[in-house]
Design a protein around this ligand. Sequence first.
Ligand SMILES: C[S@@+](CC[C@H](N)C(=O)[O-])C[C@H]1O[C@@H](n2cnc3c(N)ncnc32)[C@H](O)[C@@H]1O
Length: 234
Amino acid sequence: MKKLKEAFGKLHIPEDEAILEQYEKYMEGILLWNEKINLTAIKEREDFIIKHFVDSILCCNFPEYVNAESVIDIGTGAGFPGVPLAIIGQDKEFVLADSLHKRLKVIDDLTASIGLDNVTTVHGRAEELARNRDYREKFDLCVSRAVANMSVLTEYCLPFVRVGGFLLAYKGPDAEKEMGQAEKAIKILGGKLRRIEAVNLVDFDHNIIVIEKIKETPAKYPRKAGTPAKEPIN
Ligand SMILES: C[S@@+](CC[C@H](N)C(=O)[O-])C[C@H]1O[C@@H](n2cnc3c(N)ncnc32)[C@H](O)[C@@H]1O
């Protein structure tokens, strides 16, 4: 857990043994389940800590994360970035959504076993969940990593964010280019680009795109399941 402790230091997160233990147990649980079902290609522990834990918590000092009380993670997979953020933000409520049910069952099992009670999972495609009144425009913050390009991702994610809330899209080095292609989608869906923040805490260069929701998403969005990816707004 050395790399995680180093990241905690740089991010000014207190080194709490109980929290570090929750991370460690979550990692061991995922690696064990990974022998049965495909959860992650990353099998080495140091790599796991950097690429899943440190990468997930890079936004933890952003005001958009600090001030959020409710957070949704779209396309969470094996719980990233949602679970690592939920471990350090135990005063916030997290909903982790994915279209693959078996991954969510693993998250349910592991979050219960490490005593993390601020996480619930929901099964479904973003395009359908965003039509549910319990989820539409209900969250202070939406986070998402490695799910779709920015134009498609905006259609998946912005409908969940309340006006005045934010989307944090975890992106690689091509964030600027992706943003250029997504300007129209962001505007149509009620968003506004606030900034692209470079975060290079350890061995990688990542960018987090910060979009504010400035007006309601028109009722026709998101379009039906599959359409955003097939016919991105551009
Ligand atoms: C490459 S994985 C990334 C998982 C995780 N966010 C991470 O960074 O490790 C993409 C995930 O998004 C989910 N996904 C893709 N399209 C989706 C959609 N339209 N609605 C909900 N989940 C979706 C997939 O099932 C998959 O678990």
